[in-house]
Design a protein around this ligand. Structure first.
Ligand SMILES: NC(=O)c1ccc[n+]([C@@H]2O[C@H](COP(=O)([O-])OP(=O)(O)OC[C@H]3O[C@@H](n4cnc5c(N)ncnc54)[C@H](OP(=O)(O)O)[C@@H]3O)[C@@H](O)[C@H]2O)c1
Length: 293
């Protein structure tokens, strides 16, 4: 592969994907930014990137994007595929609707698989390529109310591990990126999806109250997406890409502690801070709905 690569990023219209696309473009790579938001795609074009529509949940959209990539690259295809598009559905596992759970898996798992299937064959034929999947530290540890989101990331970790071994023989390197808490649109999307489950009548009202106000409490630990963009750049360009990147690196402490500490202790601690220990919460805000208002 040449030093400058043809790199497609899914979900490049916001957050980590956008920061990564701009970072790789600034580093001189040929970046094909993709997403659903036409206005954001136009802004990326104005910044000098190539940008095309791609909804990872739509077979039609994936096929059209693949044709467009073939056209743009004169049949070469991608050197690097960055599977980044995703969002977080949070709420008690029992309470989440089947439709919402399926939609979460459609984007974070089945969408990623479909996009990978579309672009890997050209890499295999050339005997070179990279696939970089954006998972999460939450792909190796679980927070209460995050069961379904974490399940998608655990699935992604398993798929990435198998792909890494299966594709190596064809010259394709596969890496997983595990961000910690990063300042993006992610939390806003999560909170807007959580809103419909928040109710004073819910058996999980106390936990929902905590979850609905968790953003402020954890926001001070969040950092910008630059460290994730740099990790993706390393996975895309290094002669020796790693199997796994935690970004920023100190977030590796979370899964490490979970392995070290006894489960009864981590369960107790998470239940206690998450409003799942049966104790009534603070009187104000009076209701979880008020906390989200
Ligand atoms: N932020 C964090 O703390 C954090 C931590 C760990 C892992 N992650 C992972 O990082 C990735 C990026 O998240 P982010 O934090 O950058 O969130 P974000 O700011 O909300 O960006 C998510 C991007 O994914 C796109 N997307 C969602 N569904 C899509 C679909 N069906 N087709 C194409 N694009 C779609 C969004 O586009 P629209 O605007 O069209 O929805 C947006 O461009 C996700 O996989 C997430 O799970 C984030």
């Amino acid at each position: 592969m040449s030093a400058k690569k043809i790199i497609l990023v899914t979900g490049a219209t916001a957050g980590i994907g956008k920061a990564t696309a701009l970072h790789l473009h600034a580093a001189g790579h040929r970046v094909i930014a993709t997403g659903r938001n036409e206005k954001a795609l136009a802004e990326l074009r104005a910044a000098g990137l190539e940008a095309i529509a791609l909804d990872v949940t739509s077979d039609v959209s994936i096929a059209a994007a693949k044709d467009e990539v073939d056209r743009l690259t004169s049949g070469h295809g991608l050197d690097v595929l960055v599977n980044n598009a995703g969002y977080g559905l949070f709420g008690p596992v029992e309470a989440l609707s089947d439709a919402d759970v399926r939609a979460q898996f459609d984007t974070n798992v089945f969408g990623l698989l479909a996009v990978t299937r579309a672009f890997v064959p050209a890499m295999r034929k050339r005997g070179a390529g990279r696939v970089i999947n954006v998972s999460s530290v939450g792909g190796r540890m679980v927070f209460p109310l995050g069961g379904v989101y974490h399940a998608t990331k655990f699935a992604l970790e398993a798929l990435t591990t198998a792909l890494r071994m299966e594709l190596r023989q064809f010259g394709i390197r596969v890496s997983v990126i595990e961000p910690g808490y990063i300042k993006t649109e992610f939390t806003a999307t999560t909170m807007s999806l959580l809103r419909k489950y928040v109710s004073d009548e819910s058996p999980y009202a106390a936990a929902l109250q905590v979850g609905a106000s968790a953003d402020e409490a954890v926001a001070r630990f969040a950092v910008g997406p630059e460290s994730v963009a740099r990790a993706i750049e390393h996975a895309a360009t290094s002669r020796w890409p790693r199997a796994r990147y935690v970004a920023p690196f100190y977030n590796a402490a979370g899964p490490w502690l979970m392995r070290l500490l006894p489960t009864w202790l981590t369960d107790w601690a998470f239940r206690r801070v998450s409003g799942l220990d049966g104790r009534p919460r603070l009187p104000a805000p009076a209701s979880p709905a008020a906390a989200l208002a």
